[in-house]
Ligand binder design. Structure first.
Ligand code: DON
Length: 304
């Protein structure tokens, strides 16, 4: 597959759409980014990296961190994690609280904010400094020495975290949060404020395309079964209440973030990351979703 050429075709097609959608501003610091950035990277399992546009420019990974936090929590907690977080699509926005009251404070899945707060609570119990553990893990997965988080974005989100705070307190009232709410929110906001670029993220997600093993070193991150199941969760829940439409249009496991990034994978072939800051209504990158749709259309590859 000539991925370099495919990326050029995608770039040419999405260029006129850049700027459509709306850059997230409910975390004020996220609004300070040009809406016309676009980057995309494909990291194949045999070690090739193909890029286009701003693929080496760092951006706020936001909810993409939920994927890697979940992998870490699964490694330390195992399947007990599923007693505290479900595995169903929510059909509600990523920051919704409505289901928690009827469902005893157990979030529908680990990728909505409520679910990620429970996952972060597990990491707070298991790691002395969970945010350092996550950045170390991302360094290993991406083969990059210094993954850092943006303190301005972290502080900006922390100052505007009333909704996540309400969710966390509510879940604590059901006994589904073990650590102090402030401690969990601090760690969660740091995870979301990690900055990475498309090349780093395409590499970081590629172990999921490789049966749970890091391509190159062959180190096992997750066993084959867990790796497959995580990809299933990405397909059904990774793009929130747009997951059905995303499966229809793109047909790949994916995880998005309000910084405008989306990671995806083609099993057995490659890890992918695309970045374009303006978001569609669902909170997923507008042009990023289009780019992934074009990728599967032009290559004929998808999981179906
Ligand atoms: O908690 C929040 O609202 C953000 N830190 C992350 C949300 C997010 O990225 C949802 N993604 N599309």
């Amino acid at each position: 597959m000539d991925y370099g050429r495919v990326l050029e075709q995608i770039h040419a097609t999405v260029l006129p759409t850049l700027g459509q959608g709306k850059v997230a501003d409910y975390i004020p610091e996220l609004a300070n980014v040009s809406p016309t950035h676009f980057g995309m990277a494909i990291a194949t399992l045999d070690g090739q990296v193909h890029t286009i546009g701003d693929a080496r420019m760092g951006f706020s990974i936001q909810s993409i961190s939920k994927l890697f936090a979940l992998v870490m929590a699964l490694k330390v907690e195992g399947d007990d994690l599923w007693k505290r977080v479900g595995r169903e699509p929510s059909g509600t926005p990523f920051n919704s609280l409505v289901q928690l009251e009827h469902e005893a404070g157990k979030p529908r899945n680990p990728f909505i904010n409520a679910g990620a707060l429970v996952v972060t609570d597990i990491l707070c119990t298991r790691f002395a400094v969970p945010e350092n553990a996550l950045s170390d893990f991302l360094e290993k997965l991406s083969g990059t020495p210094a993954i850092h988080y943006n303190h301005r974005v972290e502080r900006s989100e922390r100052r505007h975290s009333d909704r996540n705070s309400a969710m966390a307190h509510f879940m604590k009232s059901f006994g589904n949060l073990r650590n102090p709410v402030d401690q969990v929110l601090d760690a969660y906001c740091r995870h979301c404020a990690i900055e990475m670029n498309c090349v780093q993220l395409a590499k970081a997600v590629s172990f999921l395309a490789n049966h749970g093993r890091i391509p190159g070193s062959d180190e096992e991150v997750l066993d084959v079964s867990r790796s497959k199941r995580l990809s299933a969760l990405m397909l059904t829940c990774g793009t929130y209440d747009a997951a059905g439409d995303f499966a229809f249009r793109v047909g790949l496991p994916a995880k998005s973030g309000v910084g405008g990034g989306i990671v995806a994978l083609i099993p057995g072939e490659c890890g992918i990351c695309v970045w374009s800051p303006p978001l569609a209504e669902s909170g997923n990158s507008f042009s990023g979703s289009l780019a992934l749709e074009l990728l599967t259309t032009l290559t004929g590859r998808s999981i179906f």
